[in-house]
Design a protein around this ligand. Sequence first.
Ligand code: PTJ
Length: 255
Amino acid sequence: MYPEGELTLDPSHPRYKSLLLRERLVNGFYNGIVVPEGLIAHGRGEMFDYVIGEETSPPALKAEKAAAAAIIASESPVISVNGNLAALCSKEVAHLSKATGAKVEVNLFHWSEKRAKLIRKILESNGAKKVLAEKPDVWLEGMRSNRGMCHAEGIFSADTVLIPLEDGDRALALADMGKTVISLDLNPLSRTSLFASISIVDEVTRAMPNLIRFSKELAGKEKRAAGIAKKFDNASNLSDLYRLIGARFDKLGKN
Ligand code: PTJ
């Protein structure tokens, strides 16, 4: 909680939703879930969200459907959780895990056992079952940062990994291992977005409910889900998004 005391936010403020997310992250920071770098990362995300128009674009929605389909069609999917995602979407992580059967694993860039435990507890208190967190037992080949530490029964052996707010190195390492990598990152130019098999360029609190909805629709329809995932063309979908951003600026430039 804020050391200065409770912050009051007025729902009529034009940027209420954005302020609410900031408050959740700052609270997460004071509670030891979010690292200071996570606050900076959120600011970068906000900037890209302005560019995109602060709404789920048609290409993002398409990627979200393909991502839900890929998770449903997978045998051992894993949702990777870091500090920012835990502060913003713990409940949604638990719901997505329940809807898809995906395992949940805490994976941190700024690793500490203490923070991994704290994040596990928050996920569990929001309904997530069997969260892998402390004592990672294996290292991803080619990784030099702490993100390389993971669990043999989780990310290491997964066939599909959802990696929200990620750094490019691990996206590449996971892709090199032959896994289906689903990124969730507002920066469409990040190495993560470029290396992923399915790149969702959307804000996490908008994307996660869509992923849950599509997963519920596709649950038990593995064959259909596999077809949707196979048909999805990530490069062409990213091109659609770049064009959408260009068109948005063209339109603004004409006013
Ligand atoms: O909790 P830890 O120790 O794992 O650290 C987490 C951070 C976020 C600090 C770490 O993963 C990091 O440094 O990430 P990057 O390399 O800054 O990348 C984060 C990406 O997430 C950036 O490209 C941002 O644009 C994007 N991003 C930030 N906030 C959001 C977001 N994307 C979607 N929704 C957001 N709310």
